[in-house]
Design a protein around this ligand. Structure first.
Ligand SMILES: Cc1cc2nc3c(=O)[nH]c(=O)nc-3n(C[C@H](O)[C@H](O)[C@H](O)COP(=O)(O)OP(=O)(O)OC[C@H]3O[C@@H](n4cnc5c(N)ncnc54)[C@H](O)[C@@H]3O)c2cc1C
Length: 402
């Protein structure tokens, strides 16, 4: 990527860039990495103990990481791709056209990285961003507590000052992949005397530090993707505060806008496999139309709504390209994307009829669709529930009273 392309993309240079991307993807994205993600091991999560499922996954990840394209728009000085927004959009479009899987799924990329770029010190950026880009460190998110979910600011995990360290004690819950993560970005209470949003600090904690423990929680889908996380007098350097002490709420909210748009983006990527493809396979065609009239109408309605959502995401991306902050629009994206994904999997079950009930067995692909259906129910809870997103939309986008 030449400097000229990055600083002032003309139509011709963007055409050249598109051609370069197509050639790169054709050569480096193996066929098996162009299939929908159906289970966790279909994607790479990175980390100190990260393992690849197979050689194709490793090849695809390494090729993207070598160019910094795991984070296309992050600055080159930290090892990111340094692409302009227009170039990053082209990369995304071409990956989507081929059905390429993301080379890595990383909370570091989706959530922490943007917060470090916005609020971190230069030392923190240099310490963490290159490892996030190269998939060497896996992060988890320590926000929710047993008494603080939607009402996040009520969190009670305490960080007491002790010289140049904090001593952290408390419990987090629903911490996705805490048992596999190397580090956690956590919200802790450093002052309980005033308004609850004030007195929260955003802290980076090593999961191997003495006093940190996790316990997996088993879900309806049969998996245990998240944990309870306990802190028992854990000593954490004050240098690990992102932003200012007691001002972590601002960092936390900024990170949530990235989490919410990432959840909607992931849903958007998944939507690229047309629902009509599965419907045709299951019920067949009569006179060129889906044989089941009701299913035909539902699939058509979903595909129209999906296309509308995709155009809306494109518009929001264009507005961001023009320098607008995403703000409360991330709530709209998260809300609608989650609800669409839930509808999609309900229809996928309808398409499969009674086969959809299969939970196990090789002939039913290990019950992947049924398990994925159960997982989509979590989409409208994680990152803030649908009701909370509607509250934010009504207040901050529609201007309605609280
Ligand atoms: C798949 C998944 C992954 C997750 N991963 C993580 C993670 O990695 N780290 C992390 O910290 N947390 C994680 N969470 C937790 C998630 O952020 C919380 O579950 C979520 O914020 C809701 O909090 P709660 O479960 O305490 O529910 P509550 O806050 O108790 O809500 C219960 C119900 O009441 C409704 N409600 C509450 N307040 C209002 C209101 N003011 N107006 C209208 N309705 C309201 C909610 O919408 C919901 O339906 C994850 C959750 C899921 C499902």
């Amino acid at each position: 990527m030449s400097e000229t392309l990055t600083s002032s993309p003309t139509e011709t240079s963007l055409d050249d860039f598109r051609a370069e991307v197509k050639t790169f993807l054709a050569a480096n994205c193996p066929e098996s990495m162009r299939q929908p993600i159906l289970e966790e091991s279909d994607t790479y999560f990175g980390g100190r103990n990260g393992t690849f499922k197979d050689a194709d996954q490793e090849k695809w990840f390494n090729a993207m990481a070598a160019r910094g394209w795991t984070t296309p728009e992050w600055p080159k000085k930290y090892g990111g791709g340094g692409l302009s927004k227009a170039e990053a959009k082209i990369l995304k479009q071409e990956m989507r056209a081929l059905g390429c899987r993301p080379p890595i799924l990383s909370f570091g990329i989706w959530m922490l990285g943007p917060a470090l770029l916005q609020f971190g010190t230069e030392e923190q950026r240099e310490q963490y961003l290159p490892d996030i880009i190269q998939g060497k460190i896996r992060w988890c998110q320590g926000y929710s507590e047993p008494g603080a979910g939607s009402d996040l600011a009520s969190l009670q995990t305490l960080a007491l000052s002790s010289g140049d360290e904090y001593v952290v004690t408390g419990q987090k819950v629903w911490t996705s992949y805490a048992d596999k993560a190397d580090m956690i970005f956590a919200l802790v209470r450093t002052d309980g005397s005033g308004k609850k949003q004030i007195g929260i600090t955003f802290l980076l904690i090593d999961m191997e530090a003495e006093g940190v423990s996790t316990r997996p929680i088993k879900l309806i889908s049969g998996k245990s993707p998240f944990c309870e996380t306990f802190f028992d007098n854990v000593r954490v350097p004050k240098a690990n505060v992102v932003g200012q002490e007691n001002a972590g709420w601002t960092v936390a909210k900024y990170l949530l806008t990235h989490e919410r748009s990432a959840i909607s983006g992931a849903v958007d990527g998944d939507m690229m496999t047309p629902l009509s493809y599965y419907a045709k396979k299951s019920v067949g065609l009569t006179d060129g139309k889906l044989s089941d009239g009701l299913l035909r109408a539902q699939v058509a309605a979903w595909e129209i709504d999906g296309a509308g959502f995709k155009f809306t995401l494109d518009r929001i991306n264009e507005e961001m390209k023009a320098g607008q902050a995403i703000g409360a629009r991330s709530s709209f994206m998260k809300y609608y994307g989650s609800e669409l994904n839930k509808r999609k999997y309900e229809l996928r079950l309808d398409c499969q009829g009674r086969d959809a009930l299969a939970w196990d067995g090789a002939e039913h692909n290990g019950g992947k669709i049924a398990r994925q259906f159960c997982r989509t129910k979590g989409n409208s809870i994680e990152g803030g529930t649908s009701e909370i997103q509607l509250n934010i939309i009504s207040k901050h986008i529609l201007g309605l009273p609280s």
